[in-house]
Design a protein around this ligand. Structure first.
Ligand SMILES: [Zn+2]
Length: 89
């Protein structure tokens, strides 16, 4: 399991781990983005938290990797903020 928030703009979905051809892959059920390497997923998270400040509030940085915060620790209006990302640009 993962439970990480999706790093794609305007998507507040959660990422799940799947097994495909005996490899672990990561996918967002909401926007259907798939990551075949954990390092690429971590890089996408690193990029979005640099770009959008409140995105940083839903992840914990552990070494080179990002882990999810519990739902209670996230900003209450996180999904609302993310929903407006494309509209505000
Ligand atoms: Zn997504």
């Amino acid at each position: 399991m993962s439970g990480l928030r999706c790093p794609i703009e305007a998507c507040a979905g959660r990422i799940f781990e799947f097994i495909e051809n005996e490899n672990i892959i990561w996918g967002c059920a909401q926007c259907c983005t798939v990551w075949y390497e954990r390092s690429i997923l971590d890089k996408d998270i690193s990029d979005i938290v640099k770009k959008i400040a409140y995105r940083r509030q839903v992840y914990v940085n552990i070494g080179d990797s990002w882990e999810p915060l519990t739902l209670e620790s996230e900003p209450r209006n996180y999904e609302e903020l993310v929903d407006h990302e494309l509209i505000d640009q």
